[in-house]
Design a binder for this molecule. Structure first.
Ligand code: TPP
Length: 247
């Protein structure tokens, strides 16, 4: 007997990601969270440029493919004119933290009532794996061929920690897709971030660590191991800031 696979209702087409990429899992759990909160017909996605933009290709919801790095600014406008809609950005680390660092930081500075989801795969994925602000020290990319030298470039940015420390935001957390346990945690973090927006508490951010096997030059299994052993120690998984007790 054929087993029926159930997908969240707002996913209507397959999204095309490379084998072993984390974007597919992350997209799916965001949609699950929205459905479980009864918000799946009430969502607008300002989506970044990069592999993240494949999210828009598979959904039935309102969404806008924003100029590179500007999703938090677009989200600000969307939320201010549609305060009853949930507005959730979906961006890569290159989009949100390198190219869009000003827009991303300013939205947190103003404590905009939006939810920001960034997929940190430690490089600019879609364009072939260039160094981004999250690339690890010593990591080889097409633009750091001898390994990232932080004495020249500065150190990898921990953006959620930075905005949680400096600004009066509602919620910040970091998840990962390196194991089923971490995927479950990430789902909880995204749910809490969405609830913060629903309760009008202000800006919420969840960064999700993701493997990028093709640009890391690894098999999907090796990339998962790297995520677990090298990336997570520098980018710890967990709640960084929550106004409410539910952690
Ligand atoms: C203004 C501008 N600069 C550069 C590009 C080229 N570009 C397209 S996708 C991309 C990489 C995005 O990387 P990231 O945000 O880390 O997301 P990922 O693809 O890794 O998910 C770049 C640099 C562009 N489209 N527009």
């Amino acid at each position: 007997m054929a087993v029926e696979r159930k997908f969240p209702g707002i996913i209507d087409k397959p999204m095309s990601f490379c084998p072993g990429c984390g974007h597919g899992v992350i997209s799916r759990i965001i949609c699950e969270c929205l459905e479980e909160l009864g918000q799946d017909q009430n969502i607008i996605f300002p989506i970044g440029v990069g592999c993240s933009s494949n999210l828009g290709a598979g959904l039935t919801t309102d969404r806008l493919h924003c100029s590179h790095g500007r999703a938090a600014a677009v989200a600000t406008g969307m939320k201010r004119v549609n305060p009853d809609n949930l507005v959730v950005t979906y961006q890569g680390d290159g989009d949100a933290y390198s190219i869009g660092l000003a827009e991303s930081t300013n939205a947190a500075y103003r404590n905009e009532n939006i939810t920001v989801i960034t997929v940190n795969n430690t490089n600019f994925g879609m364009t072939g794996g260039q160094m981004s602000w999250t690339t690890m020290e010593g990591q080889k990319t097409t633009t750091s061929q001898h390994g990232r030298d932080c004495s020249i470039t500065g150190a990898p940015i921990r953006f959620p920690e930075m905005v949680a420390r400096e600004f009066d935001i509602a919620y910040a957390a970091r998840g990962s897709v390196s194991s089923p346990a971490n995927i479950r945690k990430t789902k909880k973090f995204i749910t809490e971030a969405l609830k913060a927006q629903m309760n009008k508490e202000g800006y919420s951010i969840v960064e999700v660590l993701s493997p990028c096997p093709v640009n890391w030059g690894m098999t999907p299994i090796q990339a998962m191991e790297r995520l677990d052993k090298e990336v997570e120690p520098y980018y710890p998984v967990g709640v960084i800031k929550a106004r409410k007790e539910a952690k």
